[in-house]
Each structure stands twice: as C-alpha cells, then as structure tokens.
Design a protein around this ligand. Structure first.
Ligand SMILES: Cc1cc2nc3c(=O)[nH]c(=O)nc-3n(C[C@H](O)[C@H](O)[C@H](O)COP(=O)(O)OP(=O)(O)OC[C@H]3O[C@@H](n4cnc5c(N)ncnc54)[C@H](O)[C@@H]3O)c2cc1C
Length: 388
C-alpha cells in the first residue's frame, strides 16, 4: 500500500498552488457576501473565465476539446487544492462536470462543435432538467412528454429543483418519447434552449434564504431534432453517464469538512469544552480521516480500471451523514449564535457557519438520498431481498 502522490503529481500541485497565489481575486479571504444571487453569479463567471485563461477549467476533458487530459489523480489533487485555498468554485459546474463529458461521449460532431467551447469560459451556463415533482429518486417515473412534430419535438411537462435555471442558457432535459415502452426504455435526452418560447422558470426560496433552485414549466416548447443526444429512446443509459459523473469521488467534500473540523476545533478552544464534547470532536476527526481513506480507495479502483460498483454508495452515505453529525456539533458549540445565519453583530463568521448547517441538510438528498444508498447497499452488497 502506497498512500503518497508521485513527483509529477506533486509538481502539478505546486504549479496550481503558485497560480492560485497569483490569481485569487484581490482581497479574497475564502468567502464574500453578495447583495444578490445575480451579483454572485456574475462574480463567479469572471472567476471561471480567469481560471479558464490559466487552463484550469475542465482539466479532465481531453486535450482536443480544450482540457488537459488530466488523470483522475490530478483531477483529485486539483479539487483538493482549490478547496484548501478556499478558492471560489466555478459557476458552470453542470456544464463542465456533467454536460461536457456526456456530449464528448454521446454527442454528434455538430453538437460538440456548437456547445463545448462555450462551457469552459462560462460563456453559456447550463442546468440539469431531470427531477420532476413525481420523479426524483426514481427518475424513470418522469412524465414530461416529447412528441415528434416536423423536424423536431414538442415538449410539455414540469421540472423541479433545477439549480441555477434562472441563469442558464441551456439545459440537459430528460423527456418521455415513447409512453408505450417500459419506463426506462422510452426516454430521450435533449438539449433545451432555456430562452425558447414556452419555458418558464420560477425560483424557489430555500432554508438558507437563497434562491438557487427553480421550478421549470415547459409548455409546447419546440426542440429541433438536432438537439436530441443519441437515439430518441436512448436517454436513460446516456443519463446514467451524467449521473455517474455526479457520484464520483468527493475530494471537495473532504476538504470542506476538514476546514469545518478546523473551525470547530478553534471555536471549541475559544469557548471551552467538557469531556463529552472532546469525545465528539475526536470522533469527528476519525470520521474525516475515514472519508480521506474512502476517497483513496475509490481512486485506486479507478486507476486500476475496476468498476466503482455499488460500494460507491457507501462513500456518499458516509460523508453526507458525517457532515450532518459535524454540523450538529457545530450548532451545540455555537449555542444561541447558531440562530444568527445572516451577517450581523451576534453572528459568528458572518453567519457562514450557521448557513453551512442549513445547507448541509441537503447532503442526504442530492446525488441520491440516504435511503436509496441504503437500499443499494442492502440489495447489491449484502444480498438482502429487494425492497420493491
Ligand atoms: C442541493 C440540491 C440540488 C439539486 N439540483 C438538482 C438539479 O440541478 N437538477 C435536477 O434535476 N435535480 C436536482 N436536485 C433534485 C434531487 O436529485 C432530488 O431531490 C433527489 O433525487 C430526491 O428526489 P425527490 O426530492 O423527488 O425525493 P423523493 O424521491 O420523492 O423521496 C422522498 C423521500 O422518500 C424516500 N424514498 C424514495 N424512494 C424510496 C425507496 N425506494 N425506498 C426507501 N425510501 C425511498 C427518499 O429517500 C426521501 O426521503 C437537487 C437536490 C438538491 C437537494
């Protein structure tokens, strides 16, 4: 067992660190409050453009499409360093992490030429139109319809929880193309123009006060045939490529929780602890370390070209529940200040930590809920009878 990185990987890390030192936005302290979400999005677009100029966006994309053809380890190191520097995240995450790799694998040459170059510099933002009010954990139950008409498709239905749809130029859309076929066999994967007539985006306010999510209504939206990705009923296997990219390793979450642990230890020192609290903090330290080792195990599998398999559900389940345990401790340490989740005289760290508590309630929902991960582990790892 060798848990160290190679000299070339360390060199890559040093190059990125130096670039970040020279290029982080002036006065950046790891966090900034913006008057509106639109201001934050504008700032993050600029940041992504700057990263792109340094060739630090989509490093895992092949060179011919503007990436660096980076290995999984380099991609891992990249995310570790970005998070460790508390650098802002890129805004076009759905475009870079989900759409790009999917179009590279399944798109036509024309689709690649038209859409890929504008993803990296955040010229065009993307959203993911998958979930519906009656289809989340079981996406194959989706009811949005796409009917063939002339040289295209007419789409009717409703999507929900669509992150950043109000800023997106394009969306990847799953819609039912053959209602007579079994659920997963009659789905198409479309590129939807978010400015097309019939698309209505309605923001939803979240617990954190932000409006990143949206409902999206599609009424007689026309999509030209050349914006269908793959065959008209091949959407489900293609969507699975997208979902696999969403559930890979989570170095970003590892670093975020390492920083949270540091914040927690600092606060606990300041405010005093008792034996029980010290044991909880010790347990969190151990669990963050387990998350690091889980990540390394996944990386080893990818490097050896072994399938990730259902065990990857364990990684997602473990870190998301660890996160909620750590945030519960955070609230106990913060005491009444935990109620101050917006900047103000009584807020700790401008309310950032309390907002983090609120945000991470979602960790056990996105990218597959905890119940779904447990079902997968029970059925496919432990061999227990199927739940339905
Ligand atoms: C932060 C965040 C960002 C998101 N962004 C997007 C986005 O950009 N685009 C998009 O398309 N979607 C997005 N989603 C939606 C997300 O994918 C869904 O919320 C998720 O798949 C769960 O689906 P659901 O909300 O419909 O819950 P449901 O599937 O209705 O589940 C409700 C409850 O029932 C449980 N349950 C369901 N089925 C079973 C079962 N078989 N056995 C046991 N328990 C079960 C679930 O665990 C859950 O507790 C986002 C979600 C979050 C939290």
């Amino acid at each position: 067992m060798d848990l160290s990185f190679t000299a070339a990987e360390e060199e890559f890390r040093a190059e990125l660190r130096a670039w970040l030192r020279a290029n982080l936005p002036a006065g950046w302290t790891g966090h900034r409050d913006f008057p509106t979400l639109a201001d934050e999005v504008a700032f993050l677009r600029d940041w992504q453009r700057r990263l792109h100029d340094g060739r630090w966006v989509g490093i895992h994309w092949p060179r011919e499409y503007g990436g660096r053809g980076a290995s999984v380890i380099e991609h891992y190191v990249f995310q570790e360093e970005i998070a460790a520097a508390r650098a802002p995240e890129i805004i076009n995450r759905i475009g870079v992490n989900l759409v790009g790799p999917t179009l590279i694998a399944h798109g036509t040459e024309e689709q690649k030429r038209r859409f890929l170059p504008r993803i990296m510099p955040a010229e065009e933002l993307w959203c993911q139109l998958f979930s519906e009010p009656g289809a989340g954990s079981d996406l194959t139950a989706l009811r949005t319809r796409a009917e063939r008409r002339g040289d295209g498709w007419v789409v009717n239905g409703q999507k929900v929880w669509t992150s950043y749809a109000q800023f997106a130029r394009w969306g990847i859309l799953l819609a039912r193309t053959d209602p007579a076929a079994p659920k997963s066999k009659g789905i198409g994967y479309f590129i939807c123009d978010m400015q097309a007539p019939g698309v209505t985006v309605r923001p939803l306010r979240q617990l954190t006060g932000s409006e990143e999510f949206n409902e999206v209504f599609l009424e007689d939206v026309f999509i030209p045939h050349d914006r269908l990705v793959g065959g008209e009923t091949e959407g489900w296997p293609i969507a699975n490529t997208t979902l696999a990219h969403e559930r890979g390793t989570s170095p970003r979450q590892l670093v975020i929780h390492r920083m949270l642990l540091n914040d927690l230890l600092g606060l606990a020192r300041e405010r005093g602890t008792d034996g029980v609290m010290r044991q909880r903090l010790g347990q969190h330290y151990v669990e963050v370390e387990i998350t690091r080792l889980n990540n390394l195990r996944t990386l080893t599998r990818i490097q050896r070209r072994q399938p990730l398999g259902p065990e990857s559900s364990f990684v997602k389940l473990f870190w998301s529940e660890m996160s909620q345990r750590m945030h519960d401790t955070l609230m106990d340490v913060l005491g009444p200040a935990g109620l101050c989740w917006q900047p103000g005289p009584r807020a700790v760290a401008g309310g950032r930590l309390a907002r983090s508590y609120l945000y991470y309630r979602a960790a056990s929902i996105f990218a597959g809920t905890s119940e779904i991960q447990r079902n997968i582990l029970a059925e496919r790892v432990l061999g227990l009878p199927r739940s339905r």
